[in-house]
Design a protein around this ligand. Structure first.
Ligand SMILES: NC(=O)C1=CN([C@@H]2O[C@H](COP(=O)(O)OP(=O)(O)OC[C@H]3O[C@@H](n4cnc5c(N)ncnc54)[C@H](OP(=O)(O)O)[C@@H]3O)[C@@H](O)[C@H]2O)C=CC1
Ligand SMILES: O=C(CO)COP(=O)(O)O
Length: 353
């Protein structure tokens, strides 16, 4: 149970924003949720339902929805931002004139901004004066949280107050909040796993088996941690909920929007058709192309991301790409114990002898 005087603001009225708002209210906080659509605001306050994103979920009636950003932010000591990455900066810029330096700002968004390859907490840092910035990420399918399925997440921040306040605001008998001080690694984990969720959905639609899924997920973990470590994250973070945990859930469930985009592609739809059928944002589609660009720039080996890019944006059939990937260099299982280059060089020496 959190301090009953705690005031929480949630920016965004999607399924995760709604589930979090309701948990904080269940825990006793006063919660205001900002949505841009007045009709949706009225419907939530009247029916305590979010029909567009989480229709069957009974929202705690203490959650008050509003389209008045100022009223939602003012007085809140904890602000969650649950807005897709493409709109994140513009919402923070609208909010900025009412944000106070003492407020804790937490991004829940698992995406990357194209301009400058920025993560959302970096945007919060650059745009505001708050020293209290955090990231919430983990295996957290919103519709399962709404059913009160036992779930765990991570609050990542180098600020102890931010970690403790989020643990108190959201921790309850079905939602556990673990702490991390690797904000960058946790946030990158959340964004990167969306790439591989698309690939996993595609593999499932193509009838590939459990061995294939396991190989895909494990090599995805190797690839995403290779990328993140090259950019400064701690490799150990990928052993946690926001790394392997989130990778497992999104590569296994068609409750994930990214997985569903992959499934639709595997069933033969075009990318535009898959996105249209989804009707919501699948962050992974942009993330594939941003991460592929960054990997090229930095010289980071990412065959799965490259292959998915070719399928998504260059029309290469998924089955052909899978065959091609199977012909790639056989290298090291865990690169943090045996370097990739060492294996590749030894194999070449053996072939030449
Ligand atoms: N859903 C899930 O299971 C989980 C999601 N996440 C992450 O949390 C973040 C939020 O997810 P989720 O709650 O599902 O919401 P979505 O990412 O689906 O975003 C939907 C919300 O953002 C609003 N929005 C979109 N564009 C704008 C804009 N330009 N200005 C203002 N509001 C805008 C939408 O309003 P409108 O309806 O009017 O378009 C809606 O309220 C995502 O980045 C996601 O990766 C994390 C864990 C689980
Ligand atoms: O991040 C999620 C679960 O942890 C939700 O994934 P999607 O955005 O693919 O629905």
């Amino acid at each position: 149970m959190s301090d009953p005087r705690l005031q929480v603001a949630v920016l965004g009225g999607g399924s995760f924003g709604t589930a979090l708002a309701s948990i904080a209210a269940d825990n006793g906080a006063a919660v205001n949720q900002w949505l841009r659509d007045d009709d949706q605001v009225a419907a939530i306050n009247r029916d305590h339902r979010n029909r567009r994103y989480l229709a069957d979920f009974a929202i705690n009636p203490r959650v008050v929805a509003s389209s008045d950003l100022r009223a939602v932010i003012e007085g809140a000591s904890l602000v969650f931002v649950a807005i897709p990455s493409q709109a994140f900066l513009s919402v923070i810029r609208q909010a900025n004139r009412w944000l106070q330096p003492g407020q804790i700002l937490v991004s829940t968004t698992k995406g990357i901004q194209a301009d400058g390859f920025k993560l959302m907490s970096q945007i919060l840092e650059e745009e505001t004066d708050s020293p209290h910035i955090g990231v919430l990420s983990g295996p957290n399918l919103a519709s399962e949280i709404a059913q009160k399925q036992l779930t765990a997440t991570v609050i990542a921040s180098d600020d102890a107050l931010t970690r403790a306040r989020v643990q108190n605001a959201l921790g309850c008998d079905y939602f556990r909040v673990y702490a991390s001080n690797d904000r960058y690694g946790v946030e990158l984990g959340g964004a990167l796993k969306n790439i591989y969720a698309i690939a996993a959905g595609m593999a499932a639609a193509l009838g590939m088996g459990e061995n294939t899924r396991s190989m895909l997920m494990t090599r995805a973990l190797a690839e995403m941690s290779r990328f993140a470590v090259a950019l400064g994250a701690n490799p150990m973070t990928f052993l946690g909920l926001a790394g392997v945990g989130d990778l497992i859930v999104t590569c296994s469930s068609n409750l994930s929007r990214n997985y569903r985009v992959g499934q639709a592609l595997g069933e033969g739809r075009t990318l535009d058709e898959a996105i249209e059928a989804l009707g919501q944002v699948a962050e992974g589609v942009n993330t594939v192309s941003l991460v592929r660009g960054k990997a090229h720039e930095e010289g980071i080996y990412m065959p799965l991301c490259e292959g998915l890019y070719q399928v998504l944006f260059n029309g290469v059939p998924a089955r052909d790409m899978a065959r091609l990937l199977m012909q790639g260099e056989q290298s090291s299982d865990v690169e943090f114990t045996l370097a990739r280059e060492e294996v590749v060089q030894a194999k070449r020496r053996e072939e030449g002898s």
